[in-house]
Design a protein around this ligand. Sequence first.
Ligand SMILES: [Zn+2]
Length: 451
Amino acid sequence: MIIFTLPNGEERTGYLMHESDSAADLLREFIRIDTTNPPGNEEDAVRFLDECLDKEGIPTEVFQVAPKRANLLARITGKSKGKPIILLSHIDVVPAKADEWEVPPFSGEVRDGFIYGRGAIDMKSQAICQLLAFARLQKDGVKPERDIIYLATCDEEVGGQYGVEYMLKNVDELRSASFVLSEGGCIIDEGGCLHAQVSVAEKKLSQFTIRAKGTGGHGSMPHSDSANEKVLRAANAIISHQWPFKQTSIVSTYLNGILKNEKGKGFVFNNLKQALKNKQFRSFVSDNPVYNALLRNTVTPTILEGGEKVNVIPAESSISFDARLLPTQSHDHFFKKIEKLAGKDVKVVPIGTGKSDPLTSGYNTQYFKGIKKAVTNLIGPIPVLPFLTTGATDLRYFRNLGIPAYGFFPITLTNEELFRMHGKNERISIVALKQGLIGTYEILKFLATVK
Ligand SMILES: [Zn+2]
């Protein structure tokens, strides 16, 4: 059993006892409500959260935005009006292929102290911890300086149109929020060494498809006008390209914080700027999917569409790519480079608007300091560092309005656990979940004091 120790030495075994016990049961029930998006169907999940808040005597508003799609807003009224603080979560999840999992992905089954299920990490656990911490704050009779809003939205996994985008259009006060806390960072356990990632920015989404047309025909008589060969040649040029490593101040601060004095094959890390000049360090970074994604644009093929029959040369073919750009990379320059690499035989077609240009939140703020203090209270003096989320989250909507928005959930995970997110056998340990609840409550107590 893990015992968290308060700075004054008081053991936390009795702390948030009631909520700790509820957290696991609520999360399991929440996972069982299948909110796979598409199509989403988040309404039942919203009703579930609504009932939980209702039991705590907290008034809520449900926003029905489309059939079976809904968002939930609850509030603890603060001393002064306007500029609320928002605890944000999304209730939809990405699809899960049941036959690839050890347990049915929507069962919420517990094995060896872990709750399994789609959304266990991303982000039904955080939605439950935010809800319980929020309810506890109300029960403790804390009157926050500002309104604190609990906002659970649909549709994050496919872009947020019905969720955060809808809420920002229709609820004026959300656009004047003073701070938003949601997903994107956690406490990482690397071989027993812990550090906290507080996400203050994310990479830019820049997906695209390359398409080629050619002459169809019989596979027994190949010719030079093959659509498949054209896209394959173009794709090969795109995936072979080595995007340069680039420092951003967030990633420099982050890696300087966690790699100090790290010794690897052929390098001793002193600082990022120096280290990137070392060939062996660059190859160490290339081999680490996290560091690699933090330091360069990434482009990876995800959907291949060509022929349907093994003896038929198709007349059309395409490959789609997921690309994530560093915050400093412009979309236009990136697409020009992709077009150049792809060559004249294919057409490069952006997917979606391709215009997401999320802003970065500062990290020299009272919010960052408050979270750092909460983490120290929770587990002791570990490095608490700004982080760049490699995926996209709904926080970009708030950052684009100039609202400081951080992604952080104080659970401790190894990178192995983290990679299960969006993958198979996603799970969270009950110990981590309890820590997430206590940590969220510590952060919330601080947020309640922000004027
Ligand atoms: Zn998520």
